[in-house]
Design a protein around this ligand. Sequence first.
Ligand code: SF4
Ligand code: ZN
Length: 470
Amino acid sequence: MSMFEDIPVDVGVVYEGERIRGKEMQFEFGGPNIEQKFELVQARDMKEITDGKVIIDGPDLKDLEEGKSYPIGILVEAAGKEIEKDLEAVLERRVHEFINFVEGFMHLNQRYDLWMRLSKGSYKKGFNTLEYLGKVLIRLYKSEFPIIEKIQITFITDPKKVSGWYKKALDIYEARDARARGMKDEDVEEFYGCVLCQSFAPSHVCIITPQRISLCGAINWFDARAAARVDPKGPNFLVPKGELLDDVHGEYSGANEVAKQRSLGEVERVWLYSMFGHPHTSCGCFEAIAFYIPEVDGVGVVDRGYEGTAVNGLAFSTMANQTGGGKQVEGFNGIAIEYMRSPRFLQADRGWNRVVWLPSNVKEKVLDAIPEELKDKVATEKDVTNTAELKQFLKEKGHPVVEQWPAEVEAEAEVVAEAGYEGVPSEYSFQLPAGIPVGVPGEGFQLVFKNVKIKADKLIIRRKEETKRK
Ligand code: SF4
Ligand code: ZN
């Protein structure tokens, strides 16, 4: 590729799915070890920026120690007659794609969850300055978006400066998210879609509506609309609503058709407001996971930043492996934090009335969206550490899920071994206490026993019927 002759490594679509493991990395930016990191695109006036300029504010790659993690801020400033504020979010989301084109560079997630790794191999080939990364980004942006007339990129690596910018970035994300609040799905003529994540999750299709922001949290209905207008051949596109088939589950014939077509037949139906039945697919960059807790017939939500294990005994990363990849996984649903503010949030599954556990920082973030009477009834890691304690907590607080408990849940059994809660996939008919994934839909069958004593009146293990296996 002549366009990148002066870059010491290759650049191209073939590198997009490349994973760089801990052992192979020279160093990393952001990720779980680093609290403050961000990527941000800002629309500017033509006079404000210098086209093609790359600024490195702080230590450069050659100054960094092998194997370590560092804070970073990526600020992309773009100008042009047609570049408006509306386009910032979608231009920003492309940082992910473009950086992944670089051989030996891995970029995961978005916004304040950003995580990048550079491989030892590429570093040895001479990729030792962020100047190269800036050049690649500038060229890819200009070739993909001819409406960009000027573009300038700043890499902020000085921890103090990252910190200052970080707060500004959070305010900007919040202002974007706030825009779609109050708008209703029934108020718009059409929805939008995104397939940017198909490089990692080939059957994943995001259906973006005013009341269901994309699961990465980075693209709302306005953003996707703006992108589909300026770049109709790009990853964002219009989704005709078609016929409203089910208002409670959020099923539209138009969304079904588009999902089917764009997933090459993998996904036939999508329920926008449910994590059971035909849930929205999950790629890998969801901000949080809504997960079913069979022991209490409730729903928990765990976010990417949460360390340790959730109330079901599983860490975010463990659940992410089960949830992601572009499948429809009943009982596990990748979501954006902002979706929890939507009046349509899991409405078919009883919405907030079903939510029983959240990490305390997430609860704080969305507290104003939790119905007043439920605020003290949703447990966090500070209240309970396992499902037995959770059950007790919910009973004491009178959480609405308790009324729905069938006799089996009420009974003090060490193993809940009977099926039949409404809306629960059959794979959950056998459940062990916290920490043991059993029969994840779409995954065949897996039993993992670690340090457990089992006492059960009845144990039912069913082989899953004909499922596609590799
Ligand atoms: Fe697009 Fe959805 Fe991926 Fe976000 S999660 S980049 S909206 S496909
Ligand atoms: Zn994704």
